[in-house]
Ligand binder design. Structure first.
Ligand SMILES: C[S@@+](CC[C@H](N)C(=O)[O-])C[C@H]1O[C@@H](n2cnc3c(N)ncnc32)[C@H](O)[C@@H]1O
Length: 199
């Protein structure tokens, strides 16, 4: 997947297609993660969540990892360099710090992976967390006909614009559970869900 081409347009395409629905999902649990100090923010794209996380958590520092250099640049412009280490890297292979983070954030990121990749990735990320770490997730749901149609359309859109290979949404919940996380809160929109997990 290469998001460089769509990076500067991502926000308005999202706005046009989904209104404020995705932004609401990303921000939903910000009040509940206000005490986070060390965050790992994966596949955050243009950094809208990262910026808001830092604005609300004056003491938080974050490590940002994204495959796209242009996304990273946009994130850096928004969130600055004082409290963030930016890495342009593949989350599937990058070395995560061990036992470091009290917060993991993955918004609309799990949908980029096949089931076996996601299992390995979540396992590796888990090893980078502290006990009682929180994990905030936003993701599409394909539980209704309308949602399934939307998800199919989005996969087609990302396949054409970024070369994304994945074609099917994987249910991340059993995987997170299998690594010792439990769902502590969830808020469901009609097509997308925000979830808060704790180890
Ligand atoms: C669908 S976009 C979601 C962006 C943002 N999190 C949001 O809420 O809109 C997926 C993001 O994950 C990044 N990405 C996809 N696969 C990745 C990988 N293997 N490692 C790191 N980043 C990846 C893409 O570059 C892109 O910025």
């Amino acid at each position: 997947m290469n998001c460089d081409l769509i990076a500067p347009h991502y926000w308005w395409i999202e706005r046009l297609g989904m209104g404020g629905a995705l932004e609401r999902r990303r921000r939903w649990f910000l009040p509940e993660i206000a005490n986070a100090r060390r965050a790992l923010v994966l596949g955050d794209g243009d950094g809208r969540f990262l910026q808001e996380l830092l604005r609300r958590n004056a003491l938080a520092r974050a490590d940002y990892v994204d495959l796209s250099g242009r996304m990273l640049e946009l994130a850096r412009q928004k969130a600055g360099i004082e409290r963030v280490d930016y890495q342009k890297a593949d989350a599937r292979t990058v070395e995560f710090r061990h036992g470091e983070y009290d917060l993991i954030a993955t918004h609309f990121f799990f949908d980029c992976f096949e089931a076996d990749e996601l299992d390995v990735l979540i396992g590796r990320i888990t090893a980078s967390t502290k006990p009682r770490a929180q994990w905030v997730v936003s993701e599409f749901r394909d539980s209704s006909f309308a949602a399934r149609l939307l998800v199919r359309f989005l996969y087609l859109f990302f396949r054409i614009t970024t070369g994304l290979k994945t074609r099917k949404l994987v249910d991340h919940r059993p995987i997170l559970r299998s690594y010792g996380f439990r769902l502590t809160n969830a808020n469901q929109g009609s097509l997308v869900v925000s979830e808060l997990w704790e180890r």
